[in-house]
Each structure stands twice: as structure tokens, then as C-alpha cells.
Write a protein that binds this ligand. Structure first.
Ligand code: HEM
Length: 425
């Protein structure tokens, strides 16, 4: 974006459409990029759900969004999405000192040793299920890894989960993500399941506080239940339940990255071979490249707290601003040949806090960058190790198309595999 003299105001280009909601549903992940390309601008205004929105993309825009204190998340997401994802009273709805105090709690849960423990539990659960896969005519990887992750994250968090409950809780936790991008009946169903999960989580918090659950010192359920907030008080039970779900739900959602990893291994035998031969630095770069490319969260919204000027443009208080996460991760100015899957690009240079932003950008404590990045990376690496080193399988003909109009996206079939056999470590 060109610099302009300080006192000159530039109008923000508009897409010129009365309301772009239907176009957003049609274009999905490409909505912002298509219009930025057409208008030859990284910034444009539009109307979504009859409300004016300023869309932006690229590392420079991400730096404004995540490197400044101009935005709040309050009122920045449609209610139907907010209820399913972060919900009221959650860390994402906080700003300033209260946000930092709550965020510190989240960051304390995801220290490397804790993430390693979660990865161990996930590996054990994966290996436990492997013989069943070998006996089945075929399995849908997405369904299986969601169940593995639900089981593992509950064990890690100190949440009891046994027998038939696993399937029910897996469905509830994953439906919140699956239906967040939908409108109508699918979204209503997600809301219903969400209400059920919240009742369950509230009960867990009460039991943790009453001391009737066996919980280790560092168990995330205990940490959340006993956390003292900015005002020195325990979290309201409802808010604590929301934060517990904010750990469980997105960990199950890592299943998506795992399936995208499986797809890449299938489509790129050379990459599979390098994963097998080269070990850690390449594996880490592989997982990062999966995160960069996978269509997961397309955008993130913020609302302007106080008026400010930026590069000649005026942002007014209350303006709804939308940052294009997917478009920034695919911006050719940061990523040459962005559609090509090239882990080596992440061996050659470290991403900046603003150009690789599948889970938000900037600083974790100061801003809203996702605290679960370590979990997402380590669990994607684990799945990649399992798929390459611990099992053989065939990938039968199936519909692997990824529809970028569907949010969140996934290969249509969920990635079916058959003739599974365990191999030695
Ligand atoms: C599955 C992959 C994941 C994706 C794609 C993802 C994506 C995101 C995004 C885009 C944000 C919003 C950043 C913003 O508001 O600017 C976010 C925030 C958040 N994520 Fe994740 N996330 C993932 C995994 C996780 C995991 C495993 C956890 C568990 C700890 C987690 C917990 C959170 C929390 C608590 C926030 C709110 C942070 C804040 O407001 O300060 N996420 N995530």
C-alpha cells in the first residue's frame, strides 16, 4: 500500500455492491482476495449482512490488525458464529489487562512439556485404534482422528470420558466448528449441541471445584476451575465452562490439519519420502506448510475502538474490519508460488508474526493470537509421523475435491483409506 502525506485522506475503495453476503457464501475463502485483485487494493469496503465492513489482506494489513491496539473482538462476529466458537465472557471477548490475565492462564496450559504430553496421549490412542482399522473394510480418516483427539484431549485436560460418551462428545465438540460457517438448520443443530456441551462443561467445573474429580496439579480442568481473574475472583461457572470448551473444541479441530497432511502425503510422494528420510526440521516445516495452505478460518473480524488514520485512510469508531487470513497465507508477495506445497520455503526463512497467520498473528499475550498453535503443530507432526512411519494403507478412488465455498473446507470424502496395516516404529 502506498504511503500518503499525513493530512491527505483517501477514500477506501468500495466493491460497489448493495450487499455482498451471497457473494461471500459463494466465494468463501476467496471472497476478499478476488475483490482485492479486482480493485487493485489491499483494502476495500463492502456490506455483509447489511452492515458496512472494511476488508483487508496481506502482511502489512495483518500488522495493523495484530500489531496495534486499535481493535476489539466484541461485536466483531455474527452472533451465530460467536456463540459456537468463543462465546460470551471468553478470553477473546476481553481487552487490555483483563485479557492478558486470562491469556496467561491459556499460555500456562500450552507449555512445551504439556503439549508433548498431549501428543503422547494422542499417539497412544492412535495406536490403540490401529488394529480396528486393519480389520475394517475402510475408514474415514477425518472421523477417526476426531475421536482420537477428543479422547486424548479429555484425558489430558482431566475430563473423564468413557465408553459411549466418547462418540457423543466428539460429535458435540466437532459440530461447533462444522456448523459455524453455516446458516439455518445446520447452525441451529450446532447451537443445540453447544448448549448440551456447556451443561456438561459446567458440571465438570463444579465437580473440579468440589474436589470430587481426581485431577493432577497441572490438569487444564483444574487450572481453569481455580483460575483467579483480573478482579482476583474465580471465574463464573459459565465462563469457566466456556474456557474449558475453548481448549477441548479446537484441539478436536486439529483433525482438519491432520486430514490435509494426509492429502499432501498422498498427492506428493516426494514430500512423503522426505518426511521419512529427513526427520525433525523438515517435519516441522511440513506441518507449518500444511497450516499455511489449509483452508480453515478464512477471515477474522475486529471492531475499531477509537478513530485512527492509517496510510491515509480514516477508520471510525465502531467500524467493522475483516482481515483475510487465508488470502494473507496465500499472498504471493510473502509466499512465492503460494499454491505450491513447498515445506522447504519454511526451512529457508522463519515466518514473520504477520505473514503466516492461519491462527492469527502478532504476539500471544498482547493480542488475540491463538494460544493453541503449539498444539496444532505438534499434533499435525504426530499424525504425519503415524501416517508415514507407523502404518501402511491404500487410498481408494474417492472425491478428494476441496470446495473453497464451503467454510470450513475439507476433502469431500473426509479422506477414506483401506487395507490398513500397522508397521514397526
Ligand atoms: C485447530 C486449529 C486451530 C485454528 C485454525 C485456530 C484458529 C484461531 C484463530 C483464527 C483465532 C482468533 C485470533 C483472533 O481473534 O485474532 C484463535 C483464537 C483462539 N484459539 Fe485457536 N485455533 C486452533 C487451535 C486451537 C487450540 C488447539 C486451542 C487450545 C488451546 C485454541 C484456543 C484458542 C483461544 C482460547 C483463542 C482466543 C485467544 C484470544 O482471544 O486471546 N485454538 N484460534
Amino acid at each position: 500500500m502506498p504511503e500518503t502525506p499525513l493530512n491527505e485522506r483517501l477514500p477506501i475503495p468500495s466493491d460497489g455492491v448493495l450487499d455482498s453476503t451471497l457473494a461471500f457464501l459463494r466465494d468463501g475463502y476467496l471472497f476478499v482476495s478476488k475483490r482485492c485483485d479486482r480493485l487493485d487494493s489491499d483494502l476495500f469496503s463492502t456490506r455483509l449482512m447489511l452492515r458496512r465492513a472494511v476488508c483487508m489482506r496481506g502482511a502489512v494489513a495483518a500488522e495493523l490488525f495484530y500489531g496495534s491496539d486499535h481493535f476489539t473482538r466484541v461485536g466483531a462476529m455474527p452472533v451465530t458464529v460467536a456463540r459456537l466458537l468463543q462465546d460470551y465472557g471468553s478470553v477473546q471477548t476481553l481487552d487490555g489487562a483483563p485479557h492478558r490475565q486470562r491469556k496467561r492462564m491459556f499460555m500456562s496450559l500450552v507449555k512445551p512439556e504439556a503439549v508433548a504430553r498431549l501428543a503422547e496421549l494422542t499417539e497412544a490412542e492412535w495406536l490403540r485404534r490401529l488394529p480396528n482399522w486393519a480389520r475394517a473394510p475402510k475408514i474415514v480418516l477425518f472421523d477417526e482422528v476426531r475421536a482420537i483427539l477428543a479422547q486424548a484431549v479429555c484425558a489430558w485436560a482431566g475430563v473423564p470420558l468413557e465408553g459411549a460418551e466418547t462418540a457423543r462428545r466428539t460429535r458435540e465438540l466437532s459440530e461447533m466448528i462444522e456448523s459455524a460457517g453455516s446458516v439455518g438448520p445446520r447452525n441451529w443443530r450446532g447451537q443445540l449441541l453447544r448448549a448440551r456441551s456447556e451443561r456438561w462443561a459446567r458440571d465438570l467445573v463444579r465437580r473440579a471445584r468440589a474436589g470430587t474429580l481426581p485431577l493432577g496439579e497441572d490438569a487444564p480442568l483444574r487450572v481453569i476451575a481455580t483460575h483467579l481473574d483480573h478482579d482476583g475472583r474465580l471465574l463464573d461457572v459459565k465462563v469457566a465452562a466456556v474456557e474449558l470448551l475453548n481448549v477441548l473444541r479446537p484441539t478436536v479441530a486439529v483433525a482438519r490439519f491432520m486430514v490435509f497432511a494426509a492429502l499432501v502425503l498422498h498427492r506428493h510422494p516426494d514430500v512423503r519420502q522426505r518426511v521419512l528420510n529427513e526427520g525433525e526440521p523438515y517435519l516441522e516445516a511440513f506441518a507449518q506448510e500444511v497450516r499455511r495452505q489449509a483452508p480453515f478460518f478464512p477471515i477474522i473480524g475486529g471492531r475499531v475502538k477509537e478513530p485512527f488514520d492509517w496510510r491515509g485512510h480514516r477508520f471510525a469508531q465502531g467500524d467493522w474490519v475483516i482481515l483475510d487470513l487465508y488470502g494473507t497465507n496465500h499472498d504471493p508477495r510473502s509466499w512465492s508460488a503460494p499454491k505450491a506445497f513447498r515445506p522447504e520455503r519454511l526451512l529457508e526463512r522463519r515466518p514473520s508474526p504477520f505473514d503466516l497467520i492461519p491462527q492469527g498473528g502478532g504476539e500471544h499475550l498482547q493480542g488475540h493470537r491463538c494460544p493453541g498453535e503449539g498444539i496444532a503443530i505438534e499434533l499435525t507432526k504426530l499424525a504425519t509421523r503415524m501416517l508415514t512411519g507407523r502404518m501402511r494403507y491404500d487410498v481408494p478412488a474417492q472425491d478428494l475435491l476441496i470446495d473453497l465455498a464451503r467454510v470450513p473446507a475439507l476433502p469431500e470424502s473426509g479422506f477414506v483409506i483401506k487395507h490398513v496395516a500397522a508397521t514397526r516404529a
